[in-house]
Design a protein around this ligand. Structure first.
Ligand code: CDP
Length: 228
């Protein structure tokens, strides 16, 4: 399918499969994929390693200045890097998951990430996923999707993902982390997770990735009157 140059914004709760869906969709449409959550995770890893965040989530004000020289970016295969170092494995760990939502409540960190996203997306033809893409980062995105799935399905998916990556997850810990992040993400003051009024709802509890992609292609065809 040949799609027009548009921005597709995908938001939703933790572990609803946003990244896998967004990645496959971008591949099929020949779009750029941008994982905004990876940037919040990258900032979290940086803050942890450099001592800008304590175990009880006290964030040093010096982090703001340090961000000015932080080189956080993606490679062509969507892996996240700090400078030359690939940080994909570290940013998906439970250690980073346990502090990313407090980090993502901080307004100057959100502005810093938003700036990066705008810079990376300047070419158009982008699929981006996160929590506030359709509401704050790209409120004019032509297609907005809000993803959800049952708690059980989401926890199981994240558990299996961590297992496949060679980690040793605990299902109850995974469940508690998803719950906690959803709560913090939906209740923070700056850009809380919320469904954009003009978004399409996608509950993928009982859908395959392929079905999800076909569904959104149908939306694009309908909206732009494409017939191929
Ligand atoms: O993949 P998962 O659902 O675990 O989350 P993620 O997309 O990697 O995002 C990790 C965390 O970053 C979220 O729980 C949010 O706290 C934060 N985030 C955000 O606040 N705004 C975004 N646009 C993306 C992520």
């Amino acid at each position: 399918m040949t799609s027009p140059d548009i921005i597709i914004a995908i938001d939703g709760y933790s572990s609803t499969g946003k990244s896998s869906f967004a990645k496959l969709l971008a591949k099929e449409l020949d779009f750029l994929y941008l994982d905004s959550g990876a940037l919040y995770r990258g900032v979290t890893l940086f803050a942890q390693e450099q001592g800008y965040i304590t175990a009880d989530n006290v964030i040093s004000p010096e982090l703001e200045q340090a961000l000015q020289t932080l080189d956080l970016h993606f490679s062509s295969d969507n892996s996240c890097f700090i400078g030359e170092r690939c940080i994909e494995k570290e940013i998906r760990s439970m250690k980073v998951s346990s502090q990313v939502s407090p980090i993502a409540t901080v307004p100057y960190i959100r502005s810093w990430v938003d700036c990066l996203l705008h810079r990376f997306a300047s070419c158009g033809r982008v699929v981006m996923d996160g929590r506030d893409i359709g509401t704050t980062v790209f409120p004019d995105a032509q297609i907005k999707i809000f993803m959800t799935a049952s708690e059980q399905v989401r926890a199981r998916r994240r558990y299996d993902e961590l297992l496949a990556k060679g980690q040793n997850p605990d299902l109850e810990e995974v469940k508690a982390n998803l719950k906690e992040r959803d709560y913090i993400d939906s209740h923070r003051e700056t850009s809380p997770l919320a469904r954009a009024e003009d978004s399409f709802l996608l509950d993928n509890s009982d859908m395959t990735l392929k079905e999800e992609v076909e569904w959104v292609k149908g939306l694009i065809r309908g909206r732009f009157l494409l017939y191929d």
